[in-house]
Ligand binder design. Sequence first.
Ligand code: ADP
Ligand code: MG
Length: 729
Amino acid sequence: MANLRFDALNHVLRRPIIDFPISKELISDYYGEAVFHDKAMQQFLPREIYKNIKECIVTGKQLNRDVADHVASGMKAWAISKDVTHYTHWFQPLTGRTAEKHDAFFTPTEVGESIESFGGDQLAQQEPDASSFPNGGLRNTFEARGYTAWDPSSPAFIISGTLCIPTVFVAYTGQALDYKAPLLKALHALNDAAVPVAQYFDRNVNRISATLGWEQEYFLVDSALYQARPDLMLTGRTLFGHSSSKGQQLDDHYFGSIPDRAVAFMRDFEEESLRLGIPIKTRHNEVAPNQFECAPLFEEANLAVDHNLLVMDVMEKVAQRHNFRVLLHEKPYAGINGSGKHNNWSLSTNTGVNLLSPGNTPKTNLRFLTFFVNTIKAVHDHADLLRATIASAGNDHRLGANEAPPAIISIFIGSQLTRILGDLEKRVKDKGMSPDEKTELKLNIGKIPEIMLDNTDRNRTSPFAFTGNKFEFRAVGSTANCSGPMTALNTVMAKQLITFKSQVDALIDSGIKKDEAILRILREYIIDSRNILFEGNGYGEEWVKEAKKRGLSNIKTTPHALSAYLHKDIVEMFESAGVLTHEELEARNEIYLENYKLKIQIESRVAGDLASNHIIPAALEYQRKLVETVRGLKEIYSAKEFETLSAPHRDLIGKVSNHVSKLQMEIHNMIEERKKANNMSDSLKSSSHYCDKVIPYLESIRTEVDKLELIVDDELWPIPKYRELLFTR
Ligand code: ADP
Ligand code: MG
């Protein structure tokens, strides 16, 4: 019998390390060379047009058609100078990754020749065949077609000889079918709401953007081993596998030296990323064996999201050159830490100020406190929404599994800031603070950055933590498009800042001084949001109990979490911010539920097939060998000796039978539950049935298979084991 596992292992053993040649160039020589960025624009666009487009990028103003024509022509010339033949609109459908439809520049002419053409129309708009992208019913009720429209704020780039133009993807009615359109609207809303608040402190502020610095975790696995695991190939995670005798218990992987093969891969994919203008800066081992992390410098949020999606694609492509597969799944291996994507978030002004950075003057510190406390209040008031934005079948394995933040949204701010908020709460009474008290408060804030940045006051178990000059949303899953959480976070912040401004202005109008008015409102917010602040261990059982007492939600599964999108307040908030309409939210909710259901459905099918076609036959083969041995023993020994000598074999035969028959029963029952779920037309019901009734079978089937793995002869085991997947380098 051919054994996929041994073929794969042989392959791996014979594999030479690809020594990726170190580029002689300096990074600064090729950084961004595949991007139509500032320098390329200056070179390929007429001066006036360049000024025009720069203004549009900064202000978000619409470009007129004439300018678009000029930009297209410059972009085409630039692309052709780099041997590009095709172009595509690059967009982010709600499937979670990116989509492209390539068209050639060439256009045949009447005389049988052809020219390279690309005009403003092609740059501005394209009509991909939208029918095969998820739409949650939106296009059924309206026009069937969708189109993509250019997002000039994210520069075009070249991948594999194709010019890629970042675009939004919308239905003909204008409703969003993607992640980018609502994100851009949320960033716009945030700017409008935050500028007037920032102007309390500095009249020169006229633009505020959200910044995002993501940290991407991933696993590497040898491609031969990957291909011998149908579950990894089809679901991105291992559905079976007994834990390896050595796992991550020695804590010897984190920040350890990176294996050569992995380094060669990293250098290669980082170089590609740098050519694409993605400022990848950090790489290190993660907690689990064969788990790693990469992170760029932070950027404006929309650009950072695009760069994250690009990096995920580049990693997958480059990994194949190195005979690796990248596992981006949140939980590829049971019992081993999963992967997340920390979203570091802050607000930055046109005057170059980070609004979440404590300053060293009383004025800048009041500004810091304002944005800091407003963020806490916004997150407090919309914790369920933020929980919904990180919900996915993959992330359900991590949240609350003592390796990632729990499904309870709380905020960590560190001891120093806790004390400062406590002070503020105590002292800012209606009578107001004395000038001395105010100065003291503000001076204390000045000490924060040093304390936070030296890493002593960080809590890694918190889903939403302040880390010195930014908040870090740590519960985002590794496969997620950061747009989901970023759209929500920026929208709730916009709403919060609008409320804040009107409350402070009301006090000022009643004759209270500005600083005093600000402090009073902040004090109310601190009292209102106290419940969500938590400094302790987020992984502990205690916290689950404590959070319940505090009335915080602990929503463990995706179908349940997603309902937050349809809460009346949330719908009103998104609508009034102009980010998403009620219909768009319903469509999204529908798509996410359906996506969840399909993922579990696929896992359940793969588990059934893999157990029936790979595991059970291997177990029965082992049993057959045992039976043969027993027969042999019977032939050569007396009845009495046989009784003793064959006991272990007969015991194993019985055990194998036992597990196999349990497996068959569980598989049968799982299929019955799947049928029930598939017959439910309501998405919430159907996906909840998958969650509550099908997933438990995935677990019980796994238990039987993993027990068999411990019994069956290693020679016969058909799929690579955990120790091979995790420790082969
Ligand atoms: P870690 O969380 O692994 O300890 P750091 O806290 O040093 O790492 O930083 C992680 C990320 O924070 C980096 O990707 C960085 O770009 C990002 N970051 C730093 N400042 C900001 C900011 N003002 N806005 C958004 N992201 C930021
Ligand atoms: Mg981090």
